[in-house]
Design a protein around this ligand. Sequence first.
Ligand code: ZN
Length: 227
Amino acid sequence: MGIRAKTGSGRCSVCRLHFPICLCATRPQLHFDTEIVLFMHYIESFKTSNTGILLQSCLTHSQLNLFGGQGNQCLDWDALEFDARDCAVLFPSPEAQPLAESWFPKRLIVPDGNWRQASKMAKKLQRRFGIRAVSIQANKPSNYRFRKAPKEGWICTYEAAVASLECLYGKEAVAPLDDYFLRVMDRLAWMKGWLDREAVYGGIPAGLQRHQLVKSEASTGSPKIIT
Ligand SMILES: [Zn+2]
């Protein structure tokens, strides 16, 4: 995996959890014929609330591209090649077709940024390559608690991509991704003091106290959580 989150020394750069509660050893590694192509705004790679990096780490047939920055973070549009016949961009624009009813994409592009950044990226892909937009209907409430939803029924990048894969491959195929996401989110919520350890899905290792992890992070000079 090329891009990793910018976290402090006390935290894992993939799941963003403190090392003693890192869940990467039990992270699913799944292959789907549909390639998930993430276009992530570079600012997202600094945020512990981002879920795109977590998603890509679970999918063996996926890629992550940064956009919006300068130098290495600046996307070279001329180097991109997309065949509009087998690609779709996941964004609920007015003309978007429901995913399962449209057709089966070989590559599904998922913009990852705030609402405005994602919308701009989706429009540019549609205009430049003629790629169609598809949307999904979230069939369950979001388990993501780290940002205010910009719209009612909004789900985060990880959940949106997994819901798309569920549309195409079925519930059972994506169950390990749902399970992993809930375990990571509950541990992050526990670290924030939003959840009691008894309520954490998958549990917290015995004997581990939250204040010990917070203290170890403070002593290593790690940056604060950006949400
Ligand atoms: Zn980890």
